[in-house]
Write a protein that binds this ligand. Structure first.
Ligand code: OGA
Ligand code: NI
Length: 257
């Protein structure tokens, strides 16, 4: 998957141009930075985002990309399904509780996102991806041999030393809402380096677009807690994250009771 993505980024600019689109539901889009229309500072990265499930979209170039991305998307979805089961059970719920509540079976938007961070001559003056939390339930991430993913731990940025080939699993905002803060979405960022190109593949898994995450009633009752968040459909939440409001305060804070 990493090699196939690398070959995509190596294509001539002319060939990538047709995918330079911006809308949430565009099946295939690539570009530089994050949202060049509204951001003040651009990021040191290119991206490729492909909707891979339930409709599988693919690129006929580079050769082999289509086969690899289909298989990768299927398998990561299976892994994510298992992780959701594990999290449900860890909360004392039926294994399929979260999947059912989030309408997992009719998710219309599973994105396969590749990040490409070229060698940067002054890495301390640039940023690959600024601090953020992922908006979905869980994100599965792999990277090539160049590290660069950092997570915030006790107010310090810590480099993630993932075993080669391992998935890093990040908890996203919808999971924090569902669990009323028991599972917290993790602040993370990507730094760049001056030695070699870094590539990461991130597969965010979220609820169905029309489904709002709400604190799970059974958990609230058991813990004697009041809900800390109001509901918002996942689609609205993603729009919020891509809007200027997200620069003012973190998305979760917009929903806090
Ligand atoms: C992301 C992300 C980090 C990385 O795409 O959401 O956090 O290591 N990427 O590339
Ligand atoms: Ni992220």
């Amino acid at each position: 998957m990493i090699d196939a993505s690398h070959r995509f980024f190596d294509l001539p600019e002319e060939e990538k141009k047709e995918f330079q689109r911006r809308n949430l539901l565009d099946p295939i889009k690539c570009g530089t930075s994050f949202n060049v229309d509204i951001e003040k500072v651009h990021l040191w990265r290119d991206f490729l985002k492909v909707i891979a499930h339930p409709e599988f979209n693919s690129l006929y170039k580079p050769a082999g990309y289509s086969e690899v991305s289909l298989e990768f998307s299927k398998r990561t979805r299976e892994v994510a399904t298992e992780i959701l089961k594990g999290i449900s059970e860890s909360l004392g719920l039926e294994a399929d509780y979260i999947a059912k509540a989030m309408n997992w079976d009719r998710v219309r938007l599973q994105i396969l996102a590749a990040n490409y961070y070229p060698v940067c001559p002054q890495p301390d003056k640039a940023i690959g991806v600024p601090p953020h939390t992922d908006h979905g339930l869980v994100t599965l991430l792999i990277q090539n041999e160049m590290g660069g993913l950092e997570v915030k731990h006790k107010d310090q940025w810590v480099l993630v030393n993932a075993a080669p080939g391992a998935f890093v699993v990040n908890i996203g905002d919808q999971m924090q809402i569902l669990t009323n803060d028991k599972y917290k979405s993790i602040w993370h960022r990507a730094v760049v380096n001056n030695k070699a190109t870094r590539i990461s593949i991130a597969v965010p898994h979220g609820p169905s677009l029309d489904t709002p995450a709400l604190p799970i009633p059974e958990l609230l009752e058991r813990e004697g807690q009041a809900p800390k968040y109001i509901g918002m459909t996942y689609e609205k939440f993603m729009e919020l994250q891509a809007s200027p409001a997200a620069y003012v305060k973190p998305c979760l804070d917009h929903l806090r009771v």
